[in-house]
Design a protein around this ligand. Structure first.
Ligand SMILES: [Zn+2]
Length: 60
């Protein structure tokens, strides 16, 4: 699998939500909250995914 495809697959499995109000954010949408325009963060599996991303980045 191509690395870019892998990254997309990982993000596809993630759940995103607003860091301010907790509103769920639709995947593929701009990473801003639709309700309050707050920052969006990973709400499920985020740490795991970021770990994998770091591995991908530094393992070049
Ligand atoms: Zn919000």
């Amino acid at each position: 699998m191509h690395e870019v495809s892998l990254v997309h697959a990982l993000f596809d499995q993630a759940a995103w939500s607003c860091a301010s109000c907790g509103e769920a954010v639709t995947r593929g949408a701009p990473l801003r909250c639709a309700s309050c325009d707050g920052e969006v963060r990973l709400s499920a599996g985020g740490a795991l995914i970021l770990d994998r991303l770091e591995l991908e980045v530094f393992d070049v």
